[in-house]
Design a protein around this ligand. Sequence first.
Ligand code: GN1
Ligand code: MG
Length: 358
Amino acid sequence: MNGIPAPATRAGVAEAWGLSPQARFAHLGNGLINRTLLVTDDGRRRVLQCLNTHVFRDPALVMRNCHAVTAHLGRERAAGRYGYSVLELVPTLAGEPAAVLDDGTWWRMYDHVPDTRTHETADTPATAFEAGRGFGAFAAALTSLGPDAVGEVIPHFHDPVRRFDAFRKALDDDRAGRATEAKATCNAALAFADVLPHWRSLREQGLAWRVTHNDCKLNNLLFDASGHAVCVIDLDTVMPGSVLFDFGDMCRTMLSPVPEDSIELDRVVVRHDYFEALARGYVEGSGEMLTALERDNLAFAARLIVGVIGLRFLTDYLDGDRYFRIAHPTHNLERARNQFALYAALTRDADALQALVP
Ligand code: GN1
Ligand code: MG
């Protein structure tokens, strides 16, 4: 699924964007949902993506959101209020934001941002600071985009109550017959019930609802060779939400020294100096944006989102791997084990972490 597209697909894409017969396609990135390719044609490099329409049920809405966000950020940048690069959608020759091929697949293209790379884990606190600052600036720049400017591409995406209910249902149903093998991890996941009362109370206290990215993992940010954050990518899940979702995902992918699917569970630890750098970067990058309620819950955000994503991996494992791309049969279970090890460490350290927020 992740290889070079079939000749008919290449021909359809070439026709839509006017590519030459010499265009070369190569696999790019590590996303778990969409399929991403680098297209080199006539000396130009572009990023071509096939939208996963099983996950994104309304791909036209995804494209409208991407367009609304990139256009807004472009204006903010031109006005000197946003200091980062902005993804540039490349319309088809017909002027459409995406091409729908004869087989029903949805494809879209971005300009490639030159001389950049992604990181799967943070190797120094400076990387966490840069990421926090970059995603913080992104969030702040979107505050001037009205919440109605983007639609809810995946309803209830980070809703912890629904994710917990979906997990318990998958455990009850046990449709793939894997509940016994996953028992210890499922027991760990049941501890997630602990965060739900506090989440409900945050909503009752009027937690701000903003336009958020909703997938702020470290590898959704491009860095230059000197280690500076350059451009936020993967805008498909931009929709109304809480900044706690975004900050939580940064913690999820930067506090531990190992990636989300590492099976070296004794290496899954919370690095306090990375949290301190990340929080400092986020506060600096987001300027005046954070409310006291948001700021006081940045460590809670880490538990919330690590737990939510852990539940999603485990639910998918119990369901028979219908959602996330996997490389081997126990991949989702390994991801879930990793995330619940991180969740336990974050629960232990919550107060000490929150005390590091500037
Ligand atoms: C997916 O597509 P990708 O890899 O950037 C997922 C995120 C998860 C992440 C886990 C639309 O993101 O929510 O946190 O995998 N995206 C969607 O690595 O479900
Ligand atoms: Mg994504």
